[in-house]
Write a new protein. Structure first.
Length: 296
């Protein structure tokens, strides 16, 4: 009986230690979600500034930059898919890859280039019908997002310069309420014609609009690069927030399971201890009765 109670005591101690680790991971995931959500919110003013500058340049040019924004060949495209490097995220990578592969395979033409962010997403890409991807590491802080985005933009620009890719689609998970997430996709190139037209009509917030120095076409090209940077930064930050939301949900489920296991172990431990006490009392009573009968 003593051996069984000792085993249960060790199991209870181990479950309590595991519960402490899970609580720490929950706190870290919740903190990370807030960090990446603040990073997305911080881009709002900068996004507004870039859009105002683009609006001014488009009005001065008189037309949208069709050569820079419209595909020369509509049959080739590239895909950027944001996944994870770490586990404990459920079907975070699998569900997004299924969503991306279904969307890309439904489009006319073919997918020439695929960039996946995260080793676990690379593993799921092998099961899809997409081309062999280029894998990039997942940034683990807000400060690590800009270098990754710049690397993607440079690689995509090289492929477009060689006429190997005319469309670029981005796929990422984005957080929803109650620590959930959903797959999301956006075509970032070519820029939407309706968006360009609405942007050209955007009023300047002051009475005196600035003038573009130098080539308007060059200014538009630079602003489009900044716009792409914003879109990719948002996609990456949203993916990281969704990843931590998924991990938070997984840790909450693990915490609930550990609580149930602890409750079951404690009941077994108390039952065994009660049995041990009952046996000890029975031995005392039996011994007392034996001594009493011997004295008589």
């Amino acid at each position: 009986m003593s051996g069984a109670s000792d085993t249960l005591a060790r199991q209870i101690a181990g479950a309590k230690d595991l519960s402490s680790v899970v609580r720490s991971m929950k706190a870290l995931a919740a903190s990370s979600i807030a960090q990446y959500e603040r990073a997305v919110e911080s881009l709002h003013e900068y996004t507004r500034t870039v859009e105002l500058a683009l609006s001014l340049c488009l009005r001065e040019s008189g037309t949208t930059q069709q050569a820079a924004m419209k595909p020369r060949r509509g049959t080739t495209r590239g895909a950027i898919i944001f996944g994870s490097d770490q586990g404990l995220v459920g079907r975070f990578n699998e569900s997004l890859m299924e969503f991306a592969a279904s969307a890309l395979n439904a489009l006319p033409g073919g997918t020439q280039h695929v960039w996946v962010i995260g080793e676990r997403m690379q593993q799921t890409a092998a099961d899809s019908r997409l081309p062999s991807p280029i894998t990039l590491p997942v940034p683990h802080s807000v400060n690590a997002i800009p270098p990754l985005v710049s690397q993607i933009i440079i690689a995509a620009a090289g492929a477009r310069a060689q006429n190997e890719m005319e469309e670029i689609h981005v796929f990422n998970n984005r957080p929803t309420g109650n620590a959930g997430y959903e797959p999301y996709s956006k075509r970032i190139l070519p820029l939407d014609a309706l968006w360009q037209r609405d942007l050209a009509l955007l009023p300047w917030p002051d009475t005196a609009a600035p003038q573009v120095l130098g080539s308007t076409a060059h200014a538009i090209e630079s602003l489009i690069s900044e716009h792409l940077f914003i879109l990719l930064f948002q996609a990456c930050a949203q993916s990281l927030a969704a990843e931590n939301a998924s991990r938070l949900a997984a840790m909450q489920q693990a915490e609930d399971n550990i609580a149930k296991i602890l409750d079951d172990l404690n009941r077994k431990f108390h039952r065994i201890r009660q049995q041990s006490i009952d046996e000890a009392l029975f031995d005392v009573v039996t011994g007392y009765e034996s001594l009493t009968q011997s004295g008589r």
